[in-house]
Write a protein that binds this ligand. Structure first.
Ligand code: PMP
Length: 288
């Protein structure tokens, strides 16, 4: 496996960064998870726009242009002979000293890792997944905005750990008002009376690229899409629930907090959107 760091490809064993990198010391940096399907990188421009917006928010200068980043991604995929892949793009603040001051970091570090994707088992896609609400809440947007896909993912990791303790593979996270925000690493949707509901992004959910694709696909089918706040009441009484994310794609959710959603089977709209997503994933991308 070859890994790209700051302009060079390294074998996995030799792909190393400094212990003084602020990405390691402070989680000071940002990342992207991107998919390639059959030689096409899915919605690459959107991923890069999100990365650049995150960089702007944390005042980080990405030391390459978007075009150079695209070229580096494609070079790494080719070097690894991958047509279908999960791509992890990481930009850290770079090497500084032990103090917090980001100005000591003269240049950001860029890392590109490409690998085969490991999804949830096929059975979960057919039968649906179970979620549980966890005690760890999403941040109040005034203290930290989780729209930045930052290297500091401890809030998500705490939620994931609490999910493990509850015996579920993914979780539901609320904000301090009890509104549903998202999962630990996926966005969340519900369906009620043939309308599709998604928590609004101003609550501090990640602006998922898959979420956007699902909203597009629903609109193409003339489904009414509402981005508005809802609580667990609306989840427990929904007709359908599902989650979306680059790695998981679109996954039915059939139980939340041990409560069966509708009849406990993946819903009709969910199945339709899963099949629509499968159809666009290999074609809505940038060739490499
Ligand atoms: N929310 C969080 C917290 C995430 O980390 C992710 C990405 N894994 C998502 C939602 C889904 O976003 P995307 O569709 O862009 O992968």
């Amino acid at each position: 496996m070859k890994i790209w760091i700051d302009g060079k490809l390294y074998e996995k064993e030799d792909a190393k960064i400094s212990v003084f990198d602020h990405g390691l010391l402070y989680g000071d940096g940002i990342f992207e998870g991107i998919r390639a399907y059959n030689g096409n990188i899915f919605r690459l421009d959107q991923h890069l726009n999100r990365l650049w917006d995150g960089a702007k928010f944390i005042l980080l200068d990405i030391p390459v242009t978007k075009q150079e980043m695209k070229d580096a991604l494609k070079e790494t995929l080719k070097a690894n002979n991958l047509k279908d892949a999960y791509i992890r793009l990481v930009v850290t603040r770079g090497v500084g000293d032990l103090g917090l001051d980001p100005h000591k970091c003269k240049k950001g570090t860029v890392i590109i890792i490409t690998s085969n994707i490991s999804l949830y088992p096929a059975e979960v896609y057919e039968k649906g997944m179970q979620l549980a609400t966890v005690p760890t809440q999403r941040f109040n947007v005034a203290s930290w905005n989780a729209r930045v896909k930052s290297l500091n993912y401890l809030n998500n990791i705490m939620a994931k750990l609490e999910g493990h303790q509850a015996g579920v593979p993914e979780v539901l996270m609320l904000d301090s008002n009890g509104y549903v925000v998202e999962c630990s690493a996926d966005n969340f949707f519900i369906v009620k009376d043939n309308k599709l509901f998604a928590p609004p992004q101003y609550l501090g959910a990640l602006c998922g690229i898959t979420r956007d694709a699902i909203i597009d696909l629903a609109k193409r089918r003339n489904i009414e899409v509402r981005e508005e706040v809802f609580t667990r009441f609306e989840v427990w009484t929904a007709d359908e629930c599902f989650l979306s994310g680059t790695a998981a794609e679109v996954l039915p959710v059939v139980k939340v907090d041990n409560r069966v959603i509708a009849d406990g089977m993946p819903g009709k709209m969910t199945k339709q959107l899963i099949s629509d997503f499968k159809a666009i994933a290999p074609i809505e991308g940038e060739k490499f």
